[in-house]
Design a protein around this ligand. Structure first.
Ligand SMILES: [Zn+2]
Length: 484
């Protein structure tokens, strides 16, 4: 008995000592965690929340009460707020009460600095508008200062409306790229080359050589700024120059954008000159491939739509511009059905007259129902995809942007859901497409950097831009005949 008692006593002592040892080691671990941070939580720079996250990721399309953790400009986690807050601690948190959090909008076609020609000439046919107003105005007024102020105004407008990536097809690309660098947006900057004199150039040769110099200066320089080539259109650039452009795009491994099949007049003109419709003409030149994305494509025939899908060419639909210039209705339902990569764009503000993607989203959702007499054509979800991931695919950027997914860049917007036109709420995607507008964009983030917070601009100076834009417009008004 005595022996047994001694044995039990020893076991008890061992048990108590072990328990104390384990307990004290836990205290040490907890204390060291307390010293270095919250226990078990990974550190990130930013956590952004939303009552809903619309991800554009098929695996988890909408997350209620969600949050995103961001480190070094990239999305590192997407989950419910509860799980994100339990696993991460952030230098900064942007809560999302009453907000939807979604990928930033991708504006696949614009001529940004043309905002300074906004309202200069309206209600004209494309050729009259271009030849008698826009080209002469550009010849007279576009210079470095014009593009600097115009680009700043455009970036301010686009950030306000939730655009986080845009394509800029215009002049003075170094000036444009530096403005984009400062304001924090992401852009493909594609200097326009054309066969006749344009601002700063005699014709194709010097314009194109200057585009190549721009590529060399900017390729790989800044991850938000991607240089590209932009021969204007098949009716303004000769076949030899088009071939020169696509070969250079391959050599330098950059995207190429072009206006294509915008009007019936263009189709007729190209047919007469080259005995082929515009898309076929480019196919005959060996021009069509996935690095190419074309603006408009209002007048392709059925076999050309199949060809665009087969060659992986991106198409940017610009409904506002096509309606305003009476170019027609692009066959978007047929293109989507054929598997063409379709994104949305605003075109330049001279033919829109705003760089507002929400208007393009709403128009896209409505006009194709009207033209096909089919209310199921181009549903809300499809349009929202075109404005985000679809656009990223068309531009060849879907490995970086367009969705909310771990590993992609943190290009995000918070859109408020509290104003009367967004109440009540049954379906968040329906509201984003049919009811929301650019004023509802509350906060904008690109590459993890906050560019607008609660409608307050953080990277541009609105007062200065307003002053400078007004002063340039006064000079134009004094020296130029407008249509209005
Ligand atoms: Zn255009």
């Amino acid at each position: 008995m005595k022996y047994h008692l001694t044995k039990y006593y020893k076991l008890l002592v061992i048990f108590v000592c072990t328990t104390l040892l384990v307990f004290s080691s836990q205290v040490v671990i907890a204390q060291s965690n307390y010293h270095f941070g919250t226990p078990g939580k990974q550190r990130v720079q930013l956590i952004v929340g939303g009552d809903f996250i619309v991800t554009m990721n098929e695996a988890q399309p909408v997350i209620e009460n969600g949050a995103i953790a961001i480190r070094d400009g990239k999305i590192v986690a997407v989950d419910t707020q509860y799980k994100i807050m339990a696993s991460y601690r952030a230098d900064r948190t942007l809560p999302g009460d009453g907000m939807v959090l979604m990928p930033g909008l991708v504006n696949g076609h614009s001529h940004s600095a043309m905002v300074l020609f906004r309202g200069l000439a309206d209600d004209l046919a494309l050729q009259d508008w271009l030849e008698n107003y826009i080209f002469p105005a550009e010849g007279k007024f576009v210079d470095e200062n014009f593009v600097r102020v115009g680009e700043q105004l455009a970036c301010w407008e686009m950030i306000r409306g939730g655009t986080t990536t845009f394509v800029d097809m215009y002049f003075e690309p170094d000036v444009a790229a530096n403005v984009v660098k400062e304001c924090g947006l992401r852009a493909i900057i594609a200097p326009s080359s054309i066969d006749f004199p344009s601002p700063g150039f005699q014709g194709w040769d010097d314009a194109f050589a200057s585009s190549i110099d721009f590529l060399k200066r900017w390729k790989g320089k800044n991850e938000r700024i991607m240089p590209a080539l932009a021969p204007h259109a098949p009716y303004t650039v000769s076949p030899e120059h088009l071939v020169q452009a696509i070969q250079a795009a391959r050599n330098y491994d950059v995207p190429l954008t072009i206006h294509l099949a915008e009007t019936q007049a263009e189709v007729q003109d190209v047919q007469e000159r080259y005995n082929a419709t515009p898309v076929k003409h480019l196919e005959n030149l060996g021009f069509l491939e996935p690095r190419v994305f074309a603006a408009h494509v209002v007048w392709p025939n059925e076999s050309e739509i199949a060809l665009l899908a087969k060659r992986g060419v991106g198409v940017i639909h610009n409904p506002d511009s096509n309606l305003k210039l009476a170019s027609g209705f692009a066959p978007i339902p047929a293109m989507l059905k054929a598997g063409v990569k379709v994104g949305l764009g605003t075109d330049g503000a001279a033919s829109n007259n705003v760089l507002d993607m929400w208007k393009a989203i709403r128009l896209t959702a409505l006009i194709h129902k009207g033209t096909t007499l089919d209310p199921t054509a181009v549903p809300a979800k499809t349009v929202l995809r075109m404005a985000t991931l679809g656009g990223a695919e068309a531009l060849g950027l879907s490995d970086k942007i367009g969705a909310i997914k771990v590993g992609l860049q943190a290009d995000l917007i918070q859109v408020q859901l509290k104003e009367p036109h967004l109440l009540p709420l049954y379906d968040v995607i329906s509201h984003l497409v049919y009811a929301a507008d650019s004023q509802d964009v509350d906060t904008v983030i690109v590459n993890g950097q906050v560019l607008m917070e609660k409608r307050r601009m953080l990277t541009v100076d609105p007062e200065r831009i307003r002053r400078e834009a007004t002063s340039i417009a006064q000079r134009i008004k004094a020296q130029f005949r407008t249509s209005n």
